[in-house]
Design a protein around this ligand. Structure first.
Ligand code: SAH
Length: 464
């Protein structure tokens, strides 16, 4: 982040602009929304600027800017749309100690003006560090459409009610009250007119004061394979409401970003054979936070019921008398198979599919290799990178065809997804060559569909 967003206090402070044409007008329309003292220098001001000056909305000085004209100004806009003049005025403002913005000149500007969605006092500033103004405008248009025009009114009335809400206990109770106001009772009341909002707030507060404190609860939430868009709506909601989020190593940063800002984030990353947080510690954390009354989200990659050691955690939480529920997620096999355009099951090929783990707590995991070695079987092998040679050996030993297709999908659903298309015979060698460092899912018995549009790098034995 090269530019850090802040909201500048403008009341009674000086903002100066040099220019009188279109660029100046565009900036002034924004600046007039503030409570700053505006001064404009221009030799040829547009009629609108003259009218604003006559109406007392700004001070217009009809001459070119001189040193000292930006004394005590907090910010300055060079908006003459003339590179030489902009450079001259920017230098003056700089010497006078103002922060300088040269319109349409990112390089010489000390700050940039964001695209703004105005629901005063709710103000949304959108910036792209100058990279994509068109995108900023599109986001703005999208938000303008989504946010009701009454939002500002609700926020203003709500602000006046803040002290009253202090009768509710700090934390969750207060948050629940405000959420109910902004997204439920408030919009309903305002539909009957602004006067209905205040009584609605009183009613709502009474209802919430009668509510008993919520008990601690643990939601076991599947975070999916990594793409935040593959989160379920329920997962999003749980993250929105969480007081504490206890998450695994494979959870992508984009997903963690979605948790409520005040939530306590605890990383209990465990890695296949590597360093790990002992399961007992995770269980103890769940119980500790659940008992303290927190809404806990236990975030696991994929689906928490697949190779997630879920039962151990459920047992611990149940034994402690804490309520819980499971939010299913998209497991890695589903995301990976989608990326190669295949089905997990297919008529006349395989009527069942196995989900295997390459290794378990005792080392390489054993399975019914003889059954899997029969033609047309399909298996999704989780945690299968290190055990590739072992799995290959067992299958060939039980008569599997060496030419059986094997596909390894690394980082399924993520921008850095890679697909390795090989055969049972070449699996260990090709896998070692591909040097995969991310989580990878191995499909035994499936090759990428030839016509699949795979949005990732494909490393293919046949086409290499
Ligand atoms: N509960 C998870 C699995 C946890 S075990 C689920 O349902 O997906 C961890 C293993 O899952 C990894 O070793 C890898 O084999 C697989 N995995 C998880 N995320 C993945 C991803 N984005 N791409 C490929 N494999 C993934």
């Amino acid at each position: 982040m090269d530019h850090f967003p802040i909201f500048l206090a403008t009341a009674g402070r000086r903002i100066v602009l040099s220019g009188g044409g279109d660029a100046a007008l565009a900036k002034l329309r924004l600046l007039l929304k503030t409570t700053a003292n505006l001064t404009v220098f221009s030799l040829a001001p547009a009629p609108e600027i003259k009218n604003w000056a006559t109406a007392g909305k700004l001070t217009l000085i009809e001459r070119a800017m001189e040193p000292g004209d930006t004394m005590c100004a907090v910010v300055f806009y060079a908006a003459d749309e003339d590179a030489v003049e902009d450079k001259r005025t920017a230098a003056i403002a700089h010497a006078d100690g103002a922060l300088v913005n040269v319109v349409d000149n990112l390089e010489d500007s000390q700050f940039i003006t964001p695209a703004i969605v105005d629901r005063d006092p709710v103000t949304i500033a959108i910036g792209t560090e100058g990279a994509a103004p068109v995108l900023a405008r599109a986001i703005k248009a999208d938000l303008e459409e989504k946010l009701p025009s009454t939002l500002g009114t609700l926020a203003r009335i709500g602000k006046g009610f803040r002290k009253m809400s202090y009768t509710l206990p700090f934390g969750r109770a207060r948050r629940d009250f405000w959420r109910d106001f902004y997204f439920n009772a408030g919009p309903k009341a305002i539909a009957e007119g602004e006067d209905a909002v205040r009584p609605a707030l009183d009613d709502l507060l009474n209802t919430h004061l009668k509510n008993e404190a919520r008990e601690g609860h643990v939601a076991f939430v599947g975070a999916g394979p990594g793409d935040p868009e593959l989160l379920t709506l329920k997962a999003r909601k749980a993250l929105d409401e969480a007081d504490v989020v206890i998450y695994d190593r494979l959870i992508s940063p984009e997903i963690l970003e979605l948790a409520r800002r005040e939530a306590v984030m605890l990383d209990v990353g465990k890695e296949g054979f590597g360093p790990s947080t002992p399961q007992e510690t995770i269980n103890a954390l769940l119980v500790e936070h659940g008992k303290s009354g927190a809404q806990v989200v236990r975030l696991k990659s994929g689906d928490s019921t697949v190779f997630g050691r879920l039962d151990e955690e459920l047992d611990a939480v149940t034994a402690a008398g804490i309520g819980w529920h499971i939010v299913p997620g998209i497991t890695a096999a589903s995301a990976a198979v989608a990326s190669i355009g295949q089905s997990l099951t297919k008529r006349e090929r395989n009527a069942s599919v196995r989900f295997l783990t390459g290794h378990d707590m005792k080392g390489f995991a054993d399975h019914d290799w003889a059954a899997l070695a029969r033609p047309n079987e399909v298996a999704a092998i989780y945690m299968g990178k290190k055990s590739a040679r072992f799995v290959q050996g067992r299958l060939i030993m039980h008569g599997a065809d060496r030419k059986t297709p094997v596909t390894v999908i690394e980082n399924a659903s993520r921008p850095d997804q890679r697909v390795l298309s090989t055969t049972l015979a070449h699996l260990p060698v090709d896998l070692a060559e591909a040097k995969m460092t991310g989580p990878a899912l191995t499909f035994y018995g499936l090759a990428p569909r030839a016509a699949a549009e795979i949005a990732s790098t494909v490393i293919s034995r046949e086409f290499a």
